[in-house]
Ligand binder design. Structure first.
Ligand code: SAM
Length: 248
């Protein structure tokens, strides 16, 4: 890490802090934590309960199935985090994200913007979700990881963290590899091949073996455009429009 680069700090409100070892202890993200490029601090709303059972949820007003996470332990979690962050870095105002299927779908563009912030507070819901009044008062942004529902916000939070961490300078072996990934230039990535040259009768495209880097770059770009056109016509149209505008 360069001297000027401050670690990106994640404060996560979760009933299951231990589940985050999947991201803090392994692979590219685990290395980024070890190198000090990023930090993880959990806050469990149960620590702000008064009763013997450490209750954080209650039945929904109006009836219906499931339980709802209560306002007060969530509020105290956010206040605890704000205090902790400001003691460490008085100039930093926490940015609070609630992972929710009702949020804006996460995109690579938003991931790139989030990677530039000094701190992210991620709120993981459980049950039917969180009391709406908490969201209205404390949440800056709601983010969804797709149009489907999972049981809790921990996996969505880890997906967001992984996507952000791999963009931090020094997190990937080759900085270029993030720039070549799908979505970074609005297109899907090109196909990749490794040894052997022929496997089960299937050869590697000849152009990749000839060592002509200009030709390889042109082939890869062509493949990216073709794939995007075939698989994601929505992204292809956006890319076409952007390309037209930049030529005008
Ligand atoms: C069972 S879900 C609640 C779903 C909620 N009743 C709804 O339909 O909008 C429990 C928690 O999982 C998380 N979650 C579920 N699906 C998600 C998604 N697609 N993106 C982000 N978070 C999600 C949220 O934190 C949510 O509070």
């Amino acid at each position: 890490m360069s001297e000027a680069q401050q670690p990106l700090r994640f404060d996560v409100v979760t009933l299951f802090p231990e589940s985050f070892s999947a991201i803090t202890d392994q692979g590219v993200t685990g290395r980024a934590f070890k190198r000090g490029l990023t930090q993880f601090h959990a806050c469990n709303p149960r620590q702000f309960t008064q009763d013997r059972h450490q209750t954080v949820d209650d039945r929904p007003y109006g009836g219906g199935p499931g339980m709802v996470m209560m306002y007060e332990p969530m509020k105290q979690s956010i206040e605890f985090i704000t205090d902790r962050v400001q003691k460490a870095s008085p100039e930093v105002k926490p940015h609070v994200i609630y992972l929710s299927p009702q949020g804006q779908p996460l995109t690579q563009k938003r991931v790139e913007e989030l990677a530039k912030l000094p701190q992210l507070t991620l709120v993981c819901g459980r049950y039917e979700g969180v009391d709406e009044r908490f969201i209205e008062r404390y949440v800056d942004e709601e983010i969804a990881i797709g149009d489907f529902v999972v049981s809790g916000g921990e996996l969505p939070a880890m997906m967001l963290m992984d996507a952000v961490i791999r963009l931090l300078p020094g997190a990937l072996g080759h900085q270029q590899s993030a720039e070549q990934d799908s979505f970074s230039d609005g297109l899907l990535d090109c196909p990749h091949y490794t040894r052997p040259e022929v496997v089960d009768g299937l050869p590697v495209p000849k152009v990749l073996l000839e060592g002509n880097h200009a030709k390889i770059d042109a082939w890869r770009t062509e493949q990216k455009v073709l794939r995007t056109q075939q698989r994601r016509s929505d992204l292809y149209q956006q890319w076409l429009e952007r390309s037209k505008k930049s030529k005008d």
